[in-house]
Design a binder for this molecule. Structure first.
Ligand SMILES: Nc1nc2c(c(=O)[nH]1)N[C@H]1C(S)=C(S)[C@@H](COP(=O)(O)OP(=O)(O)OC[C@H]3O[C@@H](n4cnc5c(N)ncnc54)[C@H](O)[C@@H]3O)O[C@H]1N2
Ligand code: MOO
Length: 397
């Protein structure tokens, strides 16, 4: 019995295997999901930061008419600032230095004329220039990022700025991907005419790597005994198991039966979608098992459309991952299935809107058509006609 794509998504959303959190070094944190609040440990900038190389003066002296300022000393970034007590002098000061007490404005070298041991200043100098004042960007204690945020370039920078040498993140599930099928041979092998290379393993691994998950790869033949024995160990030693192939109606499609024999509770088998109709999902304790249809486009689509949203939720990711695009041509699809239409994407140069053009392909076994595609446009099952210009969600490849 087929269930709808929405029903399948809802069933998965109710699953709550607990994969916990872990503490990782900052250098390992990129791409992971933050599970603590990132707070500013100091004001930012932490001191009145000089923003240009030049000199600093007490503006009062300039306002009183002084135009030549002898240099008292030079201060670089990293030096503890010494107060400017003699307002008739200037301090040569470098970008990144802390503005000395007594100095109120900075004039950059390009606007100065050096002579002897000092500098002539132009007309029009203003007070308070080229100073990045303490606390202007962030106040000490401010909340900069909250749990659930994906750690990207910006977060890495602020974590480092605020002294987080270690970060608490969502732990990743121990994961196995298993290719099933007697027709499959290793990538390095020379296949016989009736054999193919097990490409799905590598494709699916790349999708999961998007979340930092590094799965172990396996190949099992369509032999019940071997499948039972190996799957029993793999299911017990992993928290996420993804199989490709062996879930349809064939005489050698043993996967669903054996998983259930092993105590994996079936959540659903068969989703009203194309591609990916034979998708199987089950659970044993904190282990989630997905039986993906073997056709390469189906297994990729099921991973992008079903497994990844589930994983993002289980890893407590709060950021939505939604892209929308407009169809460039009308399309008819009569079956009551959610159609994941392969499309190529380009932005409209005037509006900037993403435009989706259907990729011609020969069905879900035509893996090469992915080369000409950028994603799947999700067209709802309740409709048969889709007009040019209509906007739908895209699963990006
Ligand atoms: N009588 C029916 N037959 C089929 C149905 C159906 O509803 N009734 N559904 C079709 C659909 S849709 C799909 S999708 C496939 C899914 O079948 P399986 O999940 O059982 O997959 P296999 O039969 O093992 O393989 C399908 C196809 O994909 C190739 N494959 C498998 N694994 C890999 C891999 N790791 N790398 C590359 N290619 C792989 C395999 O050689 C087959 O060509 O069932 C239809 N049949
Ligand atoms: O649904 Mo199958 O996944 O089209 O080839």
């Amino acid at each position: 019995m087929l269930i709808t794509h929405t029903e399948a998504t809802d069933i998965l959303a109710q699953q709550d295997p607990d994969w916990g959190t872990e503490t990782v070094a900052l250098g390992q944190a990129a791409g992971r999901v933050l599970r603590q609040t990132l707070r500013a440990d100091r004001d930012q900038p932490p001191f009145n930061r000089v923003a240009m190389d030049g000199i600093c003066i007490d503006y009062a002296a300039y306002a009183a008419g002084q135009r030549f300022f002898p240099v008292a000393w030079m201060q670089a970034a990293g030096q503890s600032p010494r107060a400017l007590t003699d307002a008739t002098k200037c301090i040569e000061i470098m970008t990144g230095a802390a503005l000395p007490e007594g100095a109120t404005t900075v004039i950059r070298y390009e606007d100065l004329r050096a002579e002897g041991g000092g500098f002539h200043l132009p007309e029009g100098v203003e007070d308070g220039k080229s100073i990045h004042y303490r606390g202007k960007d962030i106040e000490e204690g401010a909340e900069l990022a909250t749990p659930g945020c994906r750690i990207g370039i910006a977060e890495i920078g602020m974590l480092a700025t605020c002294g987080y040498a270690e970060v608490e993140v969502s732990a990743l599930p121990r994961t196995a991907i298993i290719a099933t099928g007697n027709e499959l041979v290793d990538v390095a092998a020379r296949p016989l005419p009736h054999q193919i290379r097990m490409s799905n393993l590598f494709q699916l691994r790349e999708v999961l790597r998007g979340l930092g998950i590094e799965p172990a790869l396996h190949h099992l033949p369509d032999e019940p005994e071997r499948l039972r024995e190996s799957l029993s160990a793999i299911v017990r030693n992993n928290e996420l198991v993804m199989l490709s192939g062996g879930v349809s109606k064939g005489k050698l499609d043993y996967v669903p039966g054996i998983l259930q024999e092993l105590g994996v509770e079936k959540l659903f088998h068969g989703v009203a979608q194309r591609p990916g109709k034979p998708l199987w999902a089950g659970r044993l304790g904190d282990t989630m098992v997905f039986g993906l249809p073997g056709n390469p486009i189906s297994s990729v689509n099921c991973t992008l459309g079903m497994v990844m949203p589930f994983l993002r939720q289980r890893l407590h990711m709060t950021e939505p991952n939604t892209v929308f695009a407009a169809l460039t041509e009308a399309l008819t699809f009569k079956p009551s299935l959610t159609l994941f239409q392969l499309v190529s994407l380009k932005a409209d140069p005037e509006s900037g809107q993403l435009l989706a053009t259907p990729t011609p392909h020969a069905g879900s076994g035509d893996a090469a058509s992915l080369l000409r595609s950028d994603g799947f446009l999700e067209l709802p099952a309740e409709r048969a006609e889709f007009a040019a210009g209509e906007v739908f969600r895209v699963l990006r490849l």
